[in-house]
Design a protein around this ligand. Structure first.
Ligand code: ZN
Length: 431
């Protein structure tokens, strides 16, 4: 599903064309977390591999029945398999690899559960043993920078220097960047031609080159001349760190800039064809986001649900009261999230409903309003107080880690400062 979405977006990107971007370098730095390549889990010996793919409706048992295994062996095999996974839940397309020694001795079978896990069955005496084997992964760090000539998608997804990465992974990196900058910038509305970005991204990679996950280590986005920074800091090393700016202030704010994830927003509005709200939001008193029906809508800030009802032209709507005199309003919902009722407390980012076209709407979209002390405000322009700074007891650690983090960015040439020339020089040097 995720991938299909990404592909759809890529298709849009391809159509829009005019990719304007450049890349600094893609070098795994030795001094940063890098576990290197993990040795193969098993060495392939002189065995013959026979790979089957489960067809729709076909079971593992049926596949075994076609093998020369005796019936009791088949039973033992399935028993051992059940210790690790349910044979009934295998999807069509599951790879089942028979490992033969010689012509007729089946020594083992690998069943791929998902891209990250394989159930490995090995013959032991008269029976079978099973184990779950994790697909080996390695970690590296990607550096990229560029200027945005049209939209962010084009700049990152079309970044020539990232051509090694599967297109879906490039799209995924934009999602990570959106998560990092979601309190500062609405990627769908505020990115302008001439803006620039630099980021260092640590990724976990499977042997086939696809990305299993990762996170932004350091990022800079220059939006209309204003630079935003986000540096990852995880003092306890438990993965629960957060992002801070250059002054050690958290990038978090009381409100997200937008109530939908950037990857869920379709480009119809930003293309200006559907409803050029950006220029006349005052008259409109809200922001519209086109998205597929059913797309989750997030509360932009913590608060209490004030209204949850069908309200005329607004359709199904949720209204949330926040601190500091703020109220936010979400219209045209197809439905409400479970547990969201008048009086419910919701946290920032919590799903409150799903995009629809109830009320006065010509297509599925979200109408979002932000009101402060009774007056409509522009959610993208509102200044919000900064988040919590780096905790005092972690300050020394922060001060020590920030240098290397910043170096990650600074090793890339500022995309706004004659980047193209530098790149040519580098290429010539390396010949
Ligand atoms: Zn609207």
């Amino acid at each position: 599903m995720e991938q299909r979405r990404s592909l759809k977006v890529l298709w849009i990107v391809a159509v829009v064309a005019a990719i304007g971007s450049a890349l600094a370098l893609v070098v795994p730095p030795r001094e940063y977390p890098d576990v290197g390549r993990v040795a193969p889990v098993y060495a392939r010996s002189a065995e013959r591999l026979e790979v089957h793919t489960l067809t729709r409706g076909q079971t593992l048992g049926e596949l075994l029945a076609r093998s020369p295994l005796a019936a009791d062996q088949q039973q033992g095999f399935l028993l051992a398999f059940r210790e690790k996974a349910s044979p009934r839940r295998l999807r069509p397309g599951t790879e089942v690899s028979f490992r033969w020694r010689g012509e007729d001795w089946l020594r083992g079978v690998d069943v791929t559960l998902n891209p990250d896990e394989t159930v490995r069955l090995t013959r032991r005496g008269n029976g079978w043993e099973s184990a779950v084997v994790s697909t080996p992964v390695y970690t590296d760090t990607i550096f990229a920078s560029g200027t945005i000539e049209t939209v962010l998608w084009n700049a990152v997804v079309g970044n020539e220097g990232l051509h090694d990465l599967p297109a879906g992974d490039r799209a995924q990196i934009i999602h990570y960047l959106d998560q990092v900058f979601q309190w500062q910038i609405d990627f769908s509305r505020q990115i302008q031609s001439g803006d620039s970005y630099r980021f260092a991204f640590e990724r976990v990679v499977r042997p086939d080159g696809s990305m299993r996950g990762g996170h932004v280590l350091a990022a800079e986005l220059v939006n209309q001349g204003k630079a935003f920074h986000a540096l990852w800091f995880d003092p306890n090393g438990d993965g629960k760190g957060t992002y801070y700016d250059l002054d050690g202030e958290s990038v978090r704010r009381a409100f997200l800039r937008k109530p939908l994830e950037f990857r869920r927003i379709s480009s119809r509005f930003s293309g200006g064809r559907f409803h050029p709200v950006l220029k006349k939001w005052r008259a409109h008193r809200g922001v519209d986001y086109a998205a597929d029906s059913g797309t989750p809508v997030q509360a932009t800030g913590e608060g209490v649900v004030q209204r949850r009802e069908n309200a005329g032209s607004c359709g199904n709507m949720v209204q949330i009261r926040h601190s500091m005199g703020f109220v936010t309003k979400y219209c045209h919902l197809r439905g409400f999230a479970r547990g969201v009722h008048v009086g419910s407390r919701v946290s920032q980012g919590e799903v409150v409903g799903y995009v629809g076209m109830t009320g006065l709407a010509t297509g599925p979209h979200l109408h979002y309003e932000m009101i402060r002390h009774g007056n409509h405000v522009d959610p993208m322009a509102i200044e919000l107080p900064g988040g919590d700074p780096v905790p005092t007891d972690s300050w020394t650690q922060w001060a020590g880690e920030m240098g290397p983090r910043l170096d990650l960015l600074n090793r890339m040439v500022d995309p706004l400062a004659g980047f193209a020339d530098t790149r040519i020089a580098e290429e010539e040097e390396s010949k």
